[in-house]
Ligand binder design. Sequence first.
Ligand code: CDP
Ligand code: CDP
Length: 202
Amino acid sequence: MSFCIAIDGPAAAGKGTVSRAVAEEFGFAHLDTGLLYRATGAKTFEGLSPIEAAKTLTAEDLARADLRTADAGQAASRVAAIPEVREALIDFQRAFARRTGGAVLDGRDIGTVICPDAEVKLYITATDDIRAKRRFDELTAGGAETTFDHVLADLRERDARDSARAAAPLKPAEDAKIIDTSDMTIDAAVAQVVAFIKAQRA
Ligand code: CDP
Ligand code: CDP
C-alpha cells in the first residue's frame, strides 16, 4: 500500500530535517526533491542546457559533493522556473510518491503538483531571519565562508523567484497544514508533525 506525505515550504525552513525524522519514525522512504533541481542546476555549470541536464540526470549527479552550496541553490532556482525541466522530473517523483510502503517527499510543489492526492500535506515555514540564521549556521559549520546578510539575501531572492514563477510556484496547497517552526526546536517540530500524521492515519 502507498501513503504519501507531502512537505513543502520556503528555503531552509527545516523541511529536510523534519522529513528525514518522519521517514524514520514511520519506516517510509524519503526523497529530497530539491536535490533534483540542485543537481540539474549544477550540471549546467559544465555547459549543458537546463533541459538536457534534467533529462539526463543520474544517481551519480545526485551524489555530487557541491550540491549544498549557495551557488547550486541559485542555479537550482533558475532551472526550476523552466516548465520543460519540471516536466522531465515529474515521472520519477510521482513514482516515488506512490511506491509501496510509504514515502515522504519534500520540496516546493509536492502537495500542489507532484502528489495533489497526498494523504498528508504539510507546509513548513519560519521567519526569513530565523531561516537565514539556521542556514548560516549550517553553512559555516561546514566550513563555508559567508555572512548572515549574504545568506538572508540569497534565501529571499530564491523564495521570491520560486513564488513568482508560473510553473508550480511555491505556495501552500489549499488543504495543507501550515506549521511555523520559528519558535520551535527541531525536536518540538518533529514531535508536532509526527502527532499530526498519526492523527491523520488513525
Ligand atoms: O530542507 P530545508 O531547506 O527546508 O531545511 P533543513 O536543511 O532541514 O534545515 C536547515 C537548518 O535548520 C538545518 O541545519 C537544521 O538543523 C536547522 N533547523 C533548526 O535549527 N530548527 C528547526 N526547527 C529545523 C531545522
Ligand atoms: O534546502 P533549500 O530549501 O534551501 O533548497 P532546496 O529544497 O534544495 O531547493 C533548491 C531550489 O530548487 C529551490 O529554491 C527551488 O527553486 C527548487 N525546487 C523546486 O522548484 N521544486 C521542488 N519540489 C524542490 C526544489
